[in-house]
Design a binder for this molecule. Structure first.
Ligand SMILES: Nc1ncnc2c1ncn2[C@@H]1O[C@H](COP(=O)(O)OP(=O)(O)OP(=O)(O)O)[C@@H](O)[C@H]1O
Length: 603
């Protein structure tokens, strides 16, 4: 009632229902959950005073509406006015914290969800708390009006009747109600029965499969796997039981049968005190655990208002850590006891383990013998690769690895391909987990140093050629050196350093920037780091080119070698490089045409 000088808000129920159905709940399907939740809470409340009170909840779907019967705490007439008729008031929130944790509801808006599908809600209830109170009927319409009148009911408890709204009849079809009741309620702690379509079926009972006793661990594992397949919609590769007592979490993590990437944010099936919260709940596991999907039941975590996700708080953070630790222990356990099972797992999910190992040196140590890396020895474990090597080189990109791997390994250099996700980071951690190992980036220096120098006399013989080559490539910030290496089919290698790559990126941006940025970026340019073209003395092509006397043709030939070596790196060409390759190609074509043509031809 209005106070003198003050007024009470008028709330338009239709507006609120629209808000709920379009913005809070993802689908009207939640109405079944809200009804089940109220019934379970009412039974829980009654059993606090009467531990032997009945617990069976029945849903009856006859196609014309839905009826829910519970033998719970019930309501007096005063309760009805106080709780049912006031939006946002819940009997479950005023309790002390410990008691509140027993209930599923807390917001006082759950019944409203029923109006997304119902025209009318009728509640007939009798209080178990006040045996003297008589039964009462509350009848509410979706326009926001309600009536309360005396009713007849012998036993304490509540019956809720819903009449469908026009257009929402489908939500009341017996098969649909059965599907929703099973989806939400299969793990509820009390027996829930569904009567509909001429049949009576049990919706819940027995709790989660993880709560049952089994004769052996193998049977337990088989039962967990069997439960996971239909529940999650895939046949899991493996299963990890989750039992984090401190965090009040029970359930299982199912290993995906195919590779998943970090972008697949985990979507888990989460139950809160036996009631399904959602089947795409995020935030439950650390980011690195993208290789599993969980089914869990918890009584410590808080739901969001829509009750379809988990509220991000310290408890959720602690649960995430605890579950992460459990998965990690599972991995280390496999490594110690079941290496074959671990190998099967890693064949699909090594990326996830690598992601985790980046932040966990202990795990990296345990997993290293099992994780494969692409190296100049083929795909091997790093523990094996470092054996007998003083230095491990890492090629920073897949292209660089491909380009130099064969050549480097022919010279006895051990190179790991650091171009794959996480691999460079893990190799960089090697000295921490395998003391004494030295890791170096595979730069121009390291490769050149590993290639055989050429005899002084041979080098001298090619001096005019090298001078011409240096003059041709100097404008491109590229040095030229002569070495001898296998295979002879490779005439030149283009090598660069991290600095040279950064400078290339900077110059590219500068070239595309407007004046102001170009000036700023230009001022950042230090002495340009230089790339390196290593000519192969064993290559017949190089030797033939060295014999060219005509200066213009020699320059074109050197530029063509440079272009070819650059193309072999697989890197995108800069505009200046493309122009150079085109120029060289044109010049060589011109020369070929002249020598093959009538006036220059030898025919
Ligand atoms: N079956 C029932 N038996 C007894 N009381 C009920 C029943 N259904 C609803 N109530 C009473 O009505 C109140 C409001 O219910 P409602 O579903 O709107 O919200 P809630 O369950 O308290 O919270 P939430 O919004 O989180 O669902 C409840 O707190 C409870 O006191």
């Amino acid at each position: 009632m209005d106070q003198p000088g003050g007024h009470t808000f008028q709330v338009d129920l239709r507006g609120l229902v629209d808000l709920l159905s379009h913005h809070l709940y993802s689908s009207p399907r939640v109405y079944v959950r809200e009804l089940l939740q109220n019934a379970v809470d009412a039974v829980t409340a009654r059993r606090r005073a009467e531990p032997d009170a009945p617990t069976g909840i029945t849903l009856t779907a006859d196609g014309t509406g839905l009826r829910v019967d519970d033998p719970g705490i019930g309501l007096t007439e005063a309760d009805v006015h106080r709780f049912l008729a006031t939006i946002g008031r819940s009997a479950k929130r005023d309790e002390i914290e410990g008691a509140r944790r027993e209930f599923l509801g807390q917001f006082g808006i759950g019944l409203l969800a029923c109006f997304t599908v119902a025209e009318e809600i009728r509640v007939v209830t009798r209080s178990a708390a006040d045996p003297a109170a008589s039964a009462v009927e509350w009848r509410a319409a979706s326009d926001g009006t309600y009536e309360v009148r005396p009713a007849h009911r012998d036993e304490p408890g509540t019956t809720v009747f819903l009449t469908p709204r026009r257009g929402a009849e489908d939500w009341f079809a017996p098969a649909r109600v059965a599907e929703l009741a099973r989806d939400y309620g299969s793990l509820l702690p009390f027996p829930v029965t569904l009567v509909g379509g001429g049949r009576t079926v049990a919706v819940s009972g027995g709790g989660g499969v993880w709560d049952r006793a089994f004769a052996s661990p193998a049977e337990r594992r088989a039962a967990l796997l069997e439960y996971g397949t239909p529940t999650l919609g895939f046949a899991p590769l493996d299963v990890i039981e989750l039992d984090v007592a401190l965090a009040g979490v029970r359930g299982a993590a199912y290993v995906l049968p195919g590779p998943a990437g970090p972008a697949d944010t985990g979507r888990h099936r989460v139950y809160l005190k036996g009631m399904l919260l959602g089947d795409a709940v995020t935030g439950l596991l650390p980011d690195w655990a993208f290789f599993v999907r969980c089914v869990i039941d918890t009584d410590t975590l808080r739901p969001t208002a829509s009750r379809e996700g988990l509220y991000e708080d310290e408890t959720l953070a602690a649960v995430r850590d605890a579950l992460g630790a459990r998965l990690r222990d599972w991995l280390t356990g496999l490594a110690a006891q079941e290496p074959d099972r671990l190998a099967r797992f890693l064949a699909v999910h090594s990326l996830g383990v690598k992601a985790l190992a980046r932040h966990d040196a202990d795990l990296l140590t345990i997993m290293l013998p099992f994780l494969r890396f692409e190296t100049t020895d083929g795909p091997v474990a790093l523990t094996e690769f470092v054996r007998g090597r003083d230095v491990v080189h890492v090629a920073p990109t897949v292209e660089e690895f491909r380009q130099v791997a064969a050549i480097a390994s022919a010279q006895g250099l051990g190179v790991v391909n650091g171009g794959y996700t996480y691999d460079d980071e893990l190799v960089a951690l090697l000295p921490r987990v395998l003391p004494g190992t030295v890791v170096r980036e595979l730069g121009a220096e390291a490769v050149t140093a590993a290639l055989d120098p050429v005899d002084a006399a041979d080098e001298l013989a090619l001096a005019p050629f090298l001078t011409a080559a240096r003059a041709a490539l100097d404008p491109l910030d590229c040095d030229v050196v002569l070495r001898s290496f296998a295979p002879a089919a490779v005439s030149a290698l283009h090598l660069d350093s991290r600095e040279a790559r950064q400078e290339r990126a900077r110059a590219d941006v500068e070239a595309e920037s407007d004046d102001l940025w170009a000036e700023i970026l230009g001022s950042l340019k230090a002495t340009a780091p230089r790339t390196r073209l290593v000519l192969n003395h064993r290559s017949p092509a190089v030797r033939r080119l060295a014999a060219i006397a005509e200066p213009g043709l020699l320059t074109a030939a050197v530029e063509a070698l440079y272009g070819q070596a650059l193309l072999m790196t697989g890197r995108p060409l800069r505009p200046a490089d493309t122009a150079l390759v085109n120029r060289a190609f044109d010049a060589l074509l011109g020369w070929a045409a002249r020598t093959a043509g009538p006036e220059g031809g030898r025919a």
